[in-house]
Design a protein around this ligand. Structure first.
Ligand code: HAM
Length: 422
């Protein structure tokens, strides 16, 4: 009768098991890089998102008026909320501030595989530092997060908006022309770009050169192209320092320069990056981020900021596409009372073993040994304890190893010790 709203999903225990595995794994990695967890509300004042992007963003987000007449929006991402919280409460904290988060985001996107209206991001914001070592570590963290959950094939692509703007300046492109060109560059539409450039007044020769530079993976080409612009050369030299640290010290080598990465969101500047899982095809972008400016817009004292967010849902899709075996959910012990008279002992035993740290369940349907054993097998139970009247008289139970089918009689007092050693 009722169905989930379009673009949203329910997660069954089996799916939640995968999500929690990734969350645990990523939390460990964030903590190991010195980050602390932060949580912000699911909804914010809508101005937080229109402040930088303008009213145009309203078509892409869930916004509403509450009963008090406040204009609110479900968060489409967490960078603006985290920076709002930083300006409100954390500005006096010692720098750098390293914050990570997991959170649901809401976008009025057209749903398809890997693109949802409610999805989860795992991300982080680095506040108060922009040295090459800090930027290299941020890139290494994004890469490590995806590798350490088990992904084999991911590709890090690095762009730079300072360099893109230097190229725009070199070609005398107006702000209006840039607005037309940036979306084409963002989508790598290199076939459509020459006509658009020429319409913006760029000569055919310069057009060819520009399209080549956008696609080059050789930083020397870019150096040569922009050698007369000191600001661009400074940005390039800084980027080279970051890349050297990334490969030589952080040992991340699966990356490339891709100047066509310009990022859709409006707050970026300087170095930007994306990580793709080629196995996914259309919605292959697992992670996006870079340096950005929001602090002063939100009324804070300007400090460098950078960060990234990983699409949680796409990470799972990529792992599945690579045939990753997720750790199975498992129940350590299942207890079967042979008759309802054995319930009291069964419950006492279950509670005792739970307190000892085992995951334990027991038969509550009174369905007999045969059916209970079948149920235990479907739950990937390792050990079954059968509580029968005769054994109980001797303070013992039957321990069945579900892998081998072997059974033995053991004293109740010995169960915990026995389970720990087998
Ligand atoms: P973003 O590129 O918009 O960046 O989103 C980051 C990731 O979220 C994407 O790479 C993608 O995996 C996932 N994602 C985005 N939209 C959807 C969707 N509709 N369904 C499923 N997954 C989706 C940001 O959000 C920035 N706040 C990242 C950042 C943090 N930049 C600096 N700090």
């Amino acid at each position: 009768m009722f169905q989930v709203p379009r673009g949203t999903r329910d997660f069954t225990p089996e799916e939640m098991q995968k999500r929690r595995y990734i969350e645990r794994n990523m939390t460990r990695t964030f903590l190991s890089f010195g980050y602390g967890e932060i949580q912000t509300p699911t909804f914010e004042n809508v101005e937080l998102f229109t402040a930088k992007s303008g009213e145009g963003i309203l078509g892409e987000i869930y916004n509403f008026t509450d009963k008090g007449g406040r204009e609110l929006a479900l968060r489409p991402e967490l960078t603006a909320p985290v920076i709002r919280c930083y300006v409100e409460r954390l500005q006096m904290e010692p720098k750098p501030l390293k914050l990570f988060y997991f959170g649901n985001c809401y976008r009025y996107d057209r749903p398809q595989k890997g693109r949802y209206r409610e999805f989860q991001q795992a991300g982080c914001e680095l506040i108060g530092v922009d040295t090459p070592e800090a930027t290299a570590e941020l890139l290494a963290l994004a890469f490590t997060l995806l590798k350490s959950v088990g992904l084999k094939n991911v590709r890090l692509n690095i762009g730079n908006l300072t360099i893109i703007h230097a190229i725009f300046k070199k070609l005398n492109l107006t702000k209006d022309a840039q607005k037309i060109l940036l979306p084409l560059i963002d989508k790598s539409l290199f076939d459509e770009l020459p006509a658009a450039l020429q319409e913006c007044g760029v000569s055919e020769k310069n057009t060819d050169h520009f399209v080549h530079i956008l696609q080059t993976t050789d930083i020397k080409d870019i150096h040569e192209y922009l050698k007369d612009d000191p600001e661009a050369i400074k940005a390039l030299t800084e980027m080279e320092a970051v890349l050297r640290l990334l490969s030589n010290e952080f040992h991340v080598t699966e990356y490339g320069i891709k100047l066509s990465i310009v990022r859709g969101l409006d707050y970026y500047k300087g170095l930007v990056f994306e990580i793709d899982a080629p196995v996914l095809g259309a919605e292959k972008q697992l992670c996006g981020g870079g340096a950005y400016d929001l602090v002063s817009l939100f009324g804070g004292t300007n400090v460098p900021t950078a960060g990234f967010a990983i699409g949680f849902d796409r990470t799972i899709l990529a792992l599945e596409a690579e045939n990753f075996t997720f750790p199975p959910s498992k129940l350590d012990v299942y207890i079967i009372p042979v008759t309802p008279e054995m319930n009291s002992t069964t419950i006492t035993l279950a509670q005792h073993l739970r307190a000892e740290g085992f995951t334990v369940d027991f038969d509550q349907l009174r369905r007999g040994i045969g059916k209970s054993l079948k149920y235990a097998a479907t739950k990937h139970v390792e050990k079954v304890l059968i509580v029968g009247p005769k054994e109980l008289e001797n303070h013992t139970v039957t321990l069945r190893d579900m892998k081998t089918g072997n059974q033995e009689t053991i004293a109740i007092a010995e169960i915990s010790k026995k389970l720990k050693t087998t």
